[in-house]
Design a protein around this ligand. Structure first.
Ligand code: HEC
Length: 116
């Protein structure tokens, strides 16, 4: 009986993983904005006002000239945290955020600024 329950549970997990794997590319339209909201980045970042962290539009403006390079640099900073770029307060690591999601977030932030 126990084994059966376990088998059912495992099947459920496998099915969930399969659905996730299949639907991932399709719902890649889970936008950076939605990811940022879900990850509670807004506890420290607002769109245009400084909070604990710099506002998104200031980040976008600062890195606009090197947008392509900065997608990966910022994605790594989002996951690992970082400091010394904006002030004395460092950003905490967000290591439960996947690098893929962090790249989508970084891209969304960077696209808030028009191309130079
Ligand atoms: C606990 C507060 C806090 C949270 C939560 C937070 N940040 Fe930050 N973030 C900061 C601070 C402070 C800085 C400035 C760090 C510095 O001076 O280098 C920063 C900087 C950044 C930068 C700019 C890095 C640079 O070098 O220009 C980006 C991009 C960023 N955060 C994105 C995010 C995203 C996306 C999330 C959500 C996954 C997030 N942050 C969550 C506080 C936070």
């Amino acid at each position: 009986m126990r084994a059966a329950i376990r088998a059912i549970a495992l099947a459920g997990i496998a099915a969930g993983a399969a659905i996730g794997a299949v639907s991932r590319p399709a719902c890649a339209q889970e936008t950076g904005e939605q990811l940022v909201e879900a990850a509670r980045c807004n506890a420290c970042h607002l769109m245009s006002e400084p909070l604990l962290g710099p506002p998104y539009i200031a980040i976008a403006a600062r890195h606009a000239a090197r947008r392509e390079v900065m997608i990966d640099v910022l994605a790594l900073r989002i996951v690992n945290g970082g400091g010394g770029n904006w002030g004395i307060v460092p950003m905490v690591p967000n290591q439960w955020v996947s690098l893929d999601d962090a790249r989508v977030m970084a891209q969304w932030i960077l696209n808030l600024s028009p191309a130079p």
